[in-house]
Write a protein that binds this ligand. Structure first.
Ligand code: ADP
Ligand code: MG
Length: 653
């Protein structure tokens, strides 16, 4: 009879009782940073480094925005320029291998920009072997010992090797096969039907399969323009165990060894065409990886594993059942500076991830399990839920974290609140945190205070909304009044109202970027007569004048007619920037022209690259065109100026 396979946190003693542990052990994703030495071939040995190790866990990097400051990061481990392959393997990777023998999963991910040492760390060279050969040797040794005749379990080790290139899963052991699908079986195990898996009994067996497969990848690299640094290479090692005596249980542990694609910002490198498309796909995967990590950190009910192939594959290896380690590789050269900061920011989020290991065990013969899994893969349940970290295999709800567990998101305790309120509280909490607030975090204040705060927030919201409406109304009146005056003064020369039937903020979108400074300058310097002249010129048919330019001028004219003071515009701009830099995806959607997709893109970009320096930087976000930035600015500037205006003490009667 089939028994649920994935028992959370179960160990051998649990297995013998055939019970499922309800309180899983908690395992974080551990994060190490490895700084490689200067590489001579780049001729940069005389350069000074912009990164410096502080101790075995922390490092600092120059602050690009303020030369007086450095940014300090703390990780589970820091390996400096002089660290050896053995140091990093023995200190960070070797300890997780034993979990495979208990039927648990483990994964090692190398992250970082191209050239920072990911492949060196994972693969190394014949003289300096990296994590992959070392881990394989140790794992095979372990399985020989544990699976020897006379021991209770017979053990078989299998390997698969694949790459994810442009969101396609390609089997490197069978390069002719096309894109493979990733499935999840009823126990939450991720599998790839049709993926080649080779039994390996010795390290020589491993090399026999791995080396030609790696060459497949290298051939691709020369032909396809550095393809290897643009795909994620995933080596999967499966340890299958069968009990030699009744009740003949079986269990399986998976080890993923992943050399991730380069995390460099490809917009900066000026890639075009195929390269840009590739980088889009790479960044999408790495971007979703960041989102998954965030969702896990915050204990959000939905973890977006399915949003990319990489995270789908890692679903049972990140935040779920596995012991995961992430090694962020960084380089000392100054030309890597921005990518180094990005990698450190990414890595410093990841170290908060909580994993809940469980043993993949089954009383069911493996053959039957495979059949079932294949059946499932052919007929996947339509509305299968994405498993959240807190959903245990036996369907129980999440237990309280043990005392050793790092601080969990207080949202867990606030789940009775409306989601919008939850999100805003979380954000406020973060802002307070970022400012180094000494006081109690909002989310840990007593219920009554919290309710008062929420109420105040809601009131403020509706007040802002009311003032916005009022301002729109006032400005519409003022605009029509102004036109009446202009008509009286200029007779037939008077320009028509640019947007006669609309309220002011609903201006037709711009089709090209108009630097906002320009708008401000022109607004203040133009006299009424100039405005009229421009308007009149605009009405003449001028074939050289594009529609976009006319629209830009429409905005300038509108602003001039409204006589919005430059300081109000500057304030409005500052507020938009503030919201772009601190708003959650939900808050960003309050901005006009920002839908869910763009909000997500903005939050993702911000997390990878830090805050926007100015509103126009929105154009740096992949997926947001300069044209859309112009439309965005036009749609938001006036409504924000209106908000600022309402907040000012009334000057006129
Ligand atoms: P990536 O895979 O991240 O693109 P590589 O692993 O190919 O980067 O490393 C780039 C270069 O730096 C290679 O020549 C590699 O040998 C060298 N390198 C990387 N890390 C180290 C290290 N820790 N010690 C010495 N050389 C290194
Ligand atoms: Mg590489």
């Amino acid at each position: 009879m089939a028994v649920a396979a994935a028992a959370t946190g179960a160990t051998r003693s649990h297995l013998s009782k055939g019970r499922i542990s309800r309180r899983p052990a908690v395992a974080r994703v551990r994060v190490a940073v490895r700084l490689r030495p200067f590489v001579e071939e780049t001729g940069s040995t005389s350069e000074s480094s912009c990164v410096r190790g502080l101790d075995s866990c922390s490092l600092e990097i120059a602050n690009g925005r303020n030369s007086q400051e450095t940014l300090k990061y703390q990780f589970d481990a820091f390996y400096g320029e002089t660290s050896t392959q053995q140091d990093i393997y023995a200190g960070f990777v070797q300890p997780i291998l034993r979990h495979l023998m208990n039927g648990q999963n483990a994964s090692v991910l190398a992250y970082g920009p191209t050239g920072a040492g990911k492949t060196y760390t994972m693969l190394g060279s014949p003289e300096q072997p990296g994590i992959i050969p070392r881990a394989l040797k140790d794992l095979l040794q372990l399985t020989w010992e544990e699976g020897a005749e006379g021991r209770p379990w017979a053990i078989t080790v299998y390997m698969s090797y694949l790459e994810i290139y442009q969101e396609k899963v390609l089997d490197l052991l069978a390069p002719a096969s096309g894109d493979l699908v990733i499935r999840e079986d009823r126990w939450g195990n991720i599998l790839i039907p049709g993926l080649t898996q080779k039994p390996i009994a010795s390290f020589t067996d491993f090399e026999q399969h791995f080396l030609p497969a790696s060459r497949n990848r290298t051939v691709g690299a020369t032909r396809l323009n550095q393809r290897s640094s643009r795909s994620h290479a995933v080596l999967l090692v499966k340890v299958e165990q069968r009990e030699r005596m009744a009740p003949f249980r079986q269990r399986e542990g998976k080890l993923y060894l992943i050399d991730l694609a380069g995390s460099e910002d490809n917009r900066r490198t000026g890639n075009q065409g195929l390269r840009l498309k590739e980088s889009g796909a790479i960044n999408a995967s790495l971007f979703v990886l960041g989102k998954v990590v965030d969702a896990l950190n915050q204990g959000l009910p939905r973890v977006p594993y399915r949003d990319s192939k990489l995270t789908r594959l890692l679903q049972d290896s990140l935040g779920g059942s596995a012991h995961s380690v992430l090694i962020a590789n960084i380089a000392p050269e100054r030309r890597f500076y921005l990518d180094t900061v990005t990698s450190l920011n990414f890595a410093s989020r990841s170290k908060e991830v909580i994993n809940r290991p469980f043993t993949h065990k089954s009383f069911q013969p493996l053959g039957e399990r495979v059949k079932l899994a294949q059946k499932e893969s052919l007929d996947p349940p339509e509305a299968k839920r994405v498993r959240s970290q807190d959903e245990l295999e036996d369907g129980t709800s999440s237990p309280e974290p043990p005392p050793s567990c790092p601080k969990r998101s207080p949202l867990k305790q606030l789940n009775t609140l409306e989601p919008a309120v939850q999100e805003r509280l979380l954000n406020l909490d973060r802002i307070l945190d970022a400012r180094g607030s000494q006081g109690t975090s909002i989310l840990s204040t007593p219920r009554r205070e919290r309710t008062a705060l929420e109420k105040a927030l809601k009131e403020k919201d509706s007040e802002i909304q009311r003032l916005k409406e009022k301002y729109k109304e006032l400005e519409a009146n003022r605009l029509s009044q102004r036109h009446k005056e202009l008509e009286e003064e200029n007779g037939s020369l008077a320009p028509p109202c640019p947007f006669p039937s609309q309220t002011v903020p609903n201006i037709k979108p711009l089709n090209r970027v108009v630097p906002f400074q320009l708008i401000q300058e022109q607004t203040t310097s133009q006299s009424k007569t100039q405005v009229l002249q421009k308007e009149n010129r605009k009405r003449k048919p001028e074939p050289l004048r594009g529609q976009q330019e006319e629209q830009a001028e429409g905005l300038r004219t509108t602003l001039a007619l409204l006589q919005v003071p430059p300081d109000l515009l500057a304030e409005s701009r500052r507020k938009i920037l503030g919201l772009l830099n601190t708003g959650s995806a939900k808050e960003l959607r309050r901005l006009q022209r920002i839908g869910e997709k763009k909000a997500q893109l903005i939050v993702g970009w911000r997390e990878l690259h830090g805050p926007f320096a100015e509103v126009e930087d929105l154009g740096l976000v992949e997926g947001i065109s300069d044209k859309q930035v112009a439309t965005f600015l036009k749609a938001n500037i006036l409504s924000f100026a209106a908000e600022c205006f309402s907040a000012l003490p009334r000057r006129d009667a």
